[in-house]
Design a protein around this ligand. Structure first.
Ligand SMILES: [Zn+2]
Length: 724
């Protein structure tokens, strides 16, 4: 029997393929393997819904053939096993699980209410039963033991009878009071065990995974898995770094406190003691319709995506405690409670292709094109793979069966591959990132130490147009008043503006033709555009949106070079000579200006009349006045502190040239340790040989010259003036 048979039709698998005994054995093996991956390795390989399906298939089979039930069957224990390193805790009152109603429709609630009425032997005309309705959190159940109001122990559910002592880790959760508060008897009871769920908020989960991704580390499948991993983390210091939250929803052992008569009053009492209790709860009647359980299930279902945490259903509990006691338990589940599920947030489907999406900021994201699948309440056809490294780590390839997760308004993602038994059917080549942007054909770059590939097209790339326009228009750049998000959307989506220069060709008539654009606003914008043309070099440079060129760097560059043309032409070495410009920034600038279309945009903007005053600083210095102007230097050997590139950059910044070989035209030879034949040749030709200190002395003269020129005001670089 193959794994895919189990996934496809677990319930019928036995009938069509093998004997019931063989099917049961295969199911047991599968379930135990998955449980091990899930609980011990923290690396689940199938969605929960699939696990549940396999589990139910085995349960059904065992119910039909009791002789097949073995002591090691996963049906014979509640999930969880004690990890080495945790002390076992025997629960004073077993931690039971709640029966799950997998019928996600209204009938699921109605069936439960009917069953309760039947068990209570209520006549048809008896008033409706009241239920406490609350959320079913997708986390890890925990028992908190308070003695005289002080938290003394926290334990996981484990197998329901025995859990793990995780007190140290639970103490790191700020929401859990270490001491109960309030005047009530409960807060100071000799024993009060509070039960609830430790979970991770979705935004905390996304941030955690994003950090993992940026470090090229393993990501977590879902918030529950991340929360469970943190609680059962043997190192409390690591656990403390994982942001966990908690909701209380029930009791374990109680001594010395008269528990309230209803479940809803109990939750109110717990909240009054300082325990977090979810506000999304109500008391509802069993009758169907707008006021009952069905309405609660539907209302929460409609808002499920907006909740800040994952839920997989809602829970109904008979509100009155005396009725709960009358109903009692069946096997290990209370008759008075049920979990009413929602559609699963993880499903299996197949990868039909891997596409590249270019984001607003130029990031290239591999996206899996999927066989359509209903997950988290919607049909999903695409799911993000985040970046090349995550894609490789997960091993996703064309044709693979994958787990897709969609929860909240987070974009759907591929969380893992379900490897087919016996490997892939045929050779599938590795996915590769394109070398050029699929949208604009600009060079794609990935910087050292980063995981993301990016299009360097910036203002030229259609995918980045909106972002580029907004960046260009912002107050700290060109300061175009009135050019905000909504207008940029309109201009770009309507095809009115495709490039930055086209902004300056907008007339009042063209703008006033846009939806919701009054004549007055159109006139204001045209005036703002006109005003923005007169700018400064740092603002213009920053406005181009070159990666890593922020305001401060733009100022440094402008100060150093003074003219845009000199910046566009500067070698990486020359750029490195600018204060605070490192190799990453220099490379980013060089890549940007090496692309003809980016230089073209600069030219067009100047042609539109965008102009700026020359900035003061080094740029004002006539190159002829630089101390090394017209000098050619040759570097040889290893200098004590400067690298070859640094020395070269410093020489170029001082107006000198660096040549590769020594000749009569060489002005100076700078020689360090282990200088070879170049030094011999210099001596032969009688040239001046400097050591590093000698070079530094020459350069110091350059700095002095630049500083002296620094305060001078300058003339406009472009004679056309602001009106163009
Ligand atoms: Zn592009």
């Amino acid at each position: 029997m193959s794994q895919s048979d189990l996934f496809g039709a677990p319930a019928e698998a036995g009938v069509t393929v093998s004997s019931p005994a063989e099917v049961a054995a295969a199911l047991r093996e599968q379930l135990n393997a998955h449980a091990h991956r899930y609980h011990v390795l923290d690396a689940p390989s199938i969605p929960d819904a699939e696990y549940d399906r396999l589990f139910q298939a085995l349960q059904a089979l065992e119910a039909e053939h009791p002789e097949l039930r073995t002591p090691d069957s996963p049906t014979q224990r509640v999930l969880g096993q004690v990890l080495d390193g945790f002390e076992p805790v025997r629960h004073a009152v077993p931690m039971l699980s709640i029966r799950t109603e997998t019928d996600t429709e209204a009938s699921g609630a109605e069936a439960f209410d009917a069953r309760v009425r039947r068990e209570l032997a209520l006549p048809d005309d008896a008033p409706p039963v009241q239920y406490a309705a609350e959320l079913k959190f997708d986390g890890l159940a925990i028992n908190l033991r308070y003695e005289h109001g002080v938290l003394v122990q926290a334990a996981t559910r484990g197998d329901g009878e025995t859990g793990e002592n995780v007190t140290q880790n639970i103490r790191t959760i700020g929401q859990i009071p270490l001491r109960l508060q309030g005047p009530g008897a409960g807060a100071s009871a000799p024993v009060l065990e509070v039960r609830g769920e430790v979970y991770m908020r979705r935004d905390d989960f996304e941030a955690l995974n994003e950090r993992q991704r940026q470090h090229g580390a393993k990501t977590f499948v879902n918030p529950r898995n991340a929360a469970a991993g943190a609680v059962r983390q043997l190192d409390p210091a690591i656990a403390a770094q994982r942001p966990l939250s908690f909701f209380a929803y029930g009791l374990g052992e109680v001594q010395g406190w008269d528990v309230p008569d209803t479940h809803s009053a109990l939750l109110d009492a717990l909240a009054a003691m300082g325990l977090p209790v979810c506000a999304e709860r109500t008391v509802a009647e069993g009758a169907s319709g707008t006021s009952g359980l069905v309405a609660f299930h539907q209302a929460i279902g409609a808002r499920r995506d907006q909740l800040p945490f994952d839920i997989d259903g809602v829970v109904y509990k008979v509100n009155r405690r005396d009725l709960q006691e009358r109903l009692g338990f069946v096997t290990r589940e209370p008759r008075w409670a049920v979990a009413h599920k929602y559609p699963a947030q993880e499903q299996l489907t197949q990868v039909e292709g891997i596409d590249i999406q270019v984001g607003r900021t130029g990031k290239l994201t591999p996206v899996a094109r999927l066989k359509p699948v209903f997950v988290g309440g919607v049909t999903v056809t695409n799911a993000t793979l985040h970046n090349l490294f995550e894609l490789r780590r997960k091993g996703v390839r064309l044709g693979d069966t994958v787990i897709v997760r969609r929860a909240g308004d987070v974009i759907p993602e591929v969380v893992g591959v379900v490897a087919p038994e016996g490997g892939r059917p045929a050779y599938v080549p590795n996915f590769r990132m394109p070398r050029t942007c699929p949208v604009c054909d600009s060079t794609v770059l990935r910087e050292p130490g980063e995981v993301d590939h990016r299009c360097t097209g910036g203002l030229f790339c259609a995918a980045q147009r909106k972002q580029a326009l907004l960046h260009f228009a912002q107050r700290r750049a060109m300061d175009i008043e009135g050019l905000g998000d909504k207008l940029v959307d309109q201009l770009v989506d309507g095809g009115v503006v495709r490039t930055l220069p086209e902004l300056y060709k907008l007339g009042v008539a063209k703008l006033a033709a846009l939806d919701r654009m009054a004549d007055k606003s159109a006139q204001n914008l045209v005036a703002a555009l006109e005003k923005s043309k007169q700018t400064t070099l740092p603002r213009f440079l920053f406005g181009l949106g070159i990666r890593h060129v922020g305001e401060a760097t733009a100022k440094d560059l402008a100060k150093h070079f003074g003219q845009i043309d000199r910046i566009m032409d500067a070698s990486e070495a020359a750029l490195l000579a600018v204060r605070d410009v490192g190799p990453v920034v220099a490379h980013s600038l060089r890549t940007f200006f090496d692309q003809a279309h980016n230089r073209e945009v600069v030219e067009q903007l100047r042609a539109c009349g965008v102009s700026w005053l020359e900035h003061d600083g080094a740029a004002l210095v006539d190159p002829a006045t630089l101390p090394l102007h017209g000098k050619t230097l040759v570097l040889t050997g290893t200098l004590p502190t400067l690298s070859r590139d640094e020395a070269k950059a410093l020489i170029e910044a001082a107006g000198g040239k660096v040549a590769g070989s020594v000749s009569k035209k060489t002005s100076y030879v700078v020689a360090g340790e282990e200088a070879g034949s170049k030094l011999d040749k210099a001596r032969e030709l009688g040239l001046t040989v400097l050591d590093e200190a000698g070079l530094q002395a020459l350069l110091a003269a350059a700095v002095a010259t630049v500083a002296a020129a620094g305060a001078e005001p300058a003339a406009p670089q472009d004679g056309s003036g602001p009106t163009g």
